[in-house]
Design a binder for this molecule. Sequence first.
Ligand SMILES: [Ca+2]
Ligand SMILES: [Ca+2]
Length: 163
Amino acid sequence: MVYLKEILPNPAGDDTSGEWIKLVNSGEEDINLSGWVIKDAGGKAYSLTTLAPKNTEIVLPRSLTGIALNNNGDTLYLLSASGETVDSISYTEASDDEIIIASRFVESTRKEKAETTTLEQLALGGDDKIVSEGSFSIVMVAIVIALAASILIGAILKRSEEK
Ligand SMILES: [Ca+2]
Ligand SMILES: [Ca+2]
């Protein structure tokens, strides 16, 4: 299936060069988008000509589509070659650099972001996880020391027996 996944209506800086629309083919088969159309609320349309490979995202810059995304709200429609509305995405306001994510993808995208945040926190060393991992490794060190000590003691005992 091909969906409108994300859009950037209000990039920091020049909107005419920075805006984009991202499509995704989330399926397991390539889909030929030739004849498909992206249309905004005002009726401005862009006809696609590309092939959408399976499991691939396609970013379409405004310089390509000519579709201006209003910062104070807009709706985009994705129409198949037969004119059927396959998907749509709406927003009421787009703040600076805000990426509007289609509701069906919000959950998965949030997960990606959560993982990124966790990694950052780990790198900064401010996360609870680091504390528990830290105490885990202290336990590991203690076990290793205990093992080494018992081997050493065993060796010393063995040596004193040999004497
Ligand atoms: Ca804009
Ligand atoms: Ca802007």
